[in-house]
Design a protein around this ligand. Sequence first.
Ligand code: PAF
Length: 279
Amino acid sequence: MRVIHTLAELREALAGHARTAFVPTMGNLHAGHLSLVREAKRHGGPVVASIFVNRLQFLPHEDFDQYPRTLERDCALLAPEGCDIVFAPSERELYPEPQAYKVAPPPALADILEGEFRPGFFTGVCTVVMKLFQCVQPAVAVFGQKDYQQLMVIRGMVRQFAMPIEIIGAPTVRADDGLALSSRNGYLGASERNEAVELSHVLQQLAAGAHDPARALAALEADAAAALRGRGWAPDYLTLRRRADLLPPTDEERLNRIPMVALGAARLGSTRLIDNLEC
Ligand code: PAF
C-alpha cells in the first residue's frame, strides 16, 4: 500500500488504471470505513482511500481543530484490507489557494435536516468530493449510508453533472449494542457511550409507527424528541421522511407504505451523533 500526499504523485500512480474504486474519508477510521474499503475491493480495480479533514464542511464552532488526525493508525488499518493507495493531501495541497469556486447543492435537499443545523455543510462536502473525484477520477465511489442525506446529495451531484462515477451506498456498521459506528463516538465518555445507543432505539420506535397514520407524524416525532430529552439529550431533529426526497410523507403515503426513513441527530453532552433507519 502506498501513502501519497501530492496530486502529481497520485496521478502518476493511477495512470493507466481504468476502474479505480474510491473511498473518501476524514480519517480516524473505524470498522465502518473498513467495510467501505471491502466494498470498493469488489470492483476489481485499484482501491484509493482518501484521508482529508475538510475545513470547508465545518462551522466555526464545530470540531475541525479537535477532529483526530490519526494517519499512522489509519494506514495500519487500511493495509490489511487490501487498500492500494492512501491519498492524504495536506490542506495546502488540496486547497493551494482559497477555494472560491464551490458546488452548491439544491436548498430543497441540502438546507433541511443536517443542512438546517449545519448551514453550508453540504456545500463543503460537495466541493471537496467534487475535487477529490477530479484527483482520483474513480469509476466507483463508496459512501456509508449512515450519512444518509450526504449520500443523497452526492448521488444528485454526480447525476446532474453527468459524472461517470457509480456511487455505492454501503450499510451502516453497528457496535454490538446497536450504536452506529462513527468517528465522533470517540468523544463519548464511558457513561455517554452506554447511553448513545438510545438514539437508535428512538429511531426504531419512530420507524415502528411509520406506516400507521392513526398516529400523527407530529406526535410520533414529538414523542421521540421527548424520550431523548428526558434522558438528557438535546435533539436537533428526529423525523420520518420519504426516501425519495427526504420530505415528510403524507398520511396516504404512510398508509400506502411508501419507502421511508427515520432520521435523527442529537447532542449527548458535547458530542453530536446522527443515525437513520429505513422503514
Ligand atoms: O463522510 C465523510 O467522512 C466526509 O463528509 C467526506 C465524504 C469524506 C467529505 O469530506
